[in-house]
Design a protein around this ligand. Structure first.
Ligand code: HAM
Length: 429
């Protein structure tokens, strides 16, 4: 028996009926990037494993359990990128984009994490990532929040999302806090779950992020990072919040927001929704001032975020923005007989030249009127043009509005363009 191949679990094909919404969202994202002055960077999908270990952190879920890693033929350990920030910083350092400069960069593409697939969580998923380098203040963070807010508004999901913010302070104050936290957790050691016990030494802050209901009361009573923050980080966070207030952005200060990647300091944020079940974070990021130096560059302040495009699409599909978006044809060209079939190419090409944004399908493979009309209807077209031998002889064309109760008309080739223009009321979509 022949093997029927299937896509890898958690890695999905995107079919034409879905890709129309994707294209619309991607188009909007590109426009927003331009509006806010970000330039596109495209990085490879494969990097040295050490890059991710050093940036995301050795004892994070991503590095410990989720990376697709293999040994290349020359014994290099390589990994499919699980996120884009590390590669972006690597590329920035490599091409001298970061030192003493201000850069605003974005990228979009597939990321790979070997998680347990479920709704909204995939092994190959797509992110839009945005990274700003060389900006110290909270102003650039606020602009990134405004950019995302504009996106939610345009997609029509602004009422479905909540902004959670927190500050992680500087590395020194976090170190002091970490010791206090570990001491507290150790005094409650027996009540911790296996995961938390394991994290106690390696990554205790992540325990605060645990969803295990049995841990909630311990977490509630844990010492708070905000009580141990350095003054500068406190000030930074205050002015960040002040700017958000000034722009009418509502937010929740969530002291438990610690992020799952190690490179953050100071401001962190996540946009969450309760419309997607367990996978409610649609966009997340923050400041990572230490990463560039950690990866061998000069010290460079930086902040950014990434959004999960699958999750944005899932929300968008429920809104007006995401409905009735399709790649269906606009015009279907019916031709009966070999003379008409030949002429149809000329007419089709001419229409495509005049109306580059319209989708025109020609009938291929012959068939009688009835069969061709059926195909026209199935194509989703709103307008059918009909060409037979008689029409070619007298330079005319049958015109049928497929979605209206109007009888078929006949018109000269000269007037087809006007009819199309008036009917679709656009020249460039
Ligand atoms: P992250 O929180 O790991 O951050 O991922 C960002 C977003 O990607 C998540 O909020 C979620 O929407 C989406 N996402 C993550 N994993 C999956 C998955 N398995 N399936 C579907 N969607 C997923 C980062 O990746 C950081 N690089 C963000 C950043 C950029 N921080 C600073 N600059």
């Amino acid at each position: 028996m022949k093997t029927k191949f299937q896509a890898i679990k958690g890695m999905n094909d995107l079919l034409p009926e879905q890709s129309a919404v994707w294209q619309k969202v991607e188009h909007l994202l590109r426009r927003l990037m331009q509006q806010y002055g970000y330039g596109e960077i495209r990085m490879p999908i494969v990097e040295k494993t050490a890059l991710f270990k050093r940036s995301i952190g050795e004892v994070t879920d991503i590095v410990e359990k989720e990376m697709y890693t293999w040994t290349d033929r020359n014994d290099d350990s390589l990994t499919l990128r699980p996120e884009g920030t590390a590669s972006c910083v690597r590329a920035g350092i490599e091409h001298g984009l970061l030192y003493n400069q201000q850069q605003k960069l974005w990228y979009m593409g597939p990321m790979f994490r070997r998680e347990n697939p479920q709704k909204g969580r995939y092994r190959q998923f797509h992110q839009l990532g945005v990274e700003a380098f060389g900006f110290n203040g909270p102003d650039v963070e606020v602009e990134q929040i405004l950019l995302t807010r504009r996106l939610w508004q345009e997609i029509g999901i602004a009422n479905d999302v909540t902004l959670h913010i927190n500050t992680l302070g500087d590395p020194e104050s976090r170190k002091v806090y970490r010791e206090i936290l570990v001491e507290y957790l150790q005094s409650n050691f027996e009540q911790l779950d296996e995961d938390s016990k394991r994290r106690l030494e390696s990554n205790p802050l992540r325990i605060l992020d645990s969803k295990n209901p049995k841990l909630q009361s311990i977490i509630e009573s844990a010492p708070k990072l905000e009580d141990h923050l350095d003054d500068e980080s406190k000030e930074h966070f205050e002015s960040f919040k002040g700017l958000l207030d000034g722009m009418g952005v509502s937010y929740v200060v969530n002291p438990r927001l610690v992020r799952g990647l190690d490179y953050y300091n100071r401001t962190v944020f996540e946009w969450m929704t309760d419309k997607l079940g367990a996978q409610g974070t649609i966009c997340a990021g923050g400041r990572y001032d230490g990463l560039t130096e950690q990866l061998g560059g000069q010290s460079t302040p930086a902040c950014g975020f990434a959004m999960g495009i699958e999750r944005i699409i899932a929300l968008a599909e429920e809104t007006e923005f995401g409905q009735n978006v399709s790649n269906a044809s606009d015009i279907y060209l019916i031709a009966i007989g070999s003379v008409a079939e030949k002429k149809a190419f000329n007419i089709a090409e001419e229409i495509r030249t005049l109306f580059p944004s319209l989708r025109l399908s020609m009938n291929f493979g012959g068939g009688n009127f009835k069969k061709q009309f059926k195909k026209a209807d199935k194509s989703g077209a709103r307008l059918a043009l009909i060409l037979g031998e008689d029409e070619v002889a007298n330079e005319s064309c049958g015109v049928k509005f497929l979605r209206e109760e109007k009888p078929q008309e006949s018109m000269s080739w000269d007037s087809i363009a006007d009819t199309i223009k008036n009917y679709f009321q656009l020249l460039d979509r």
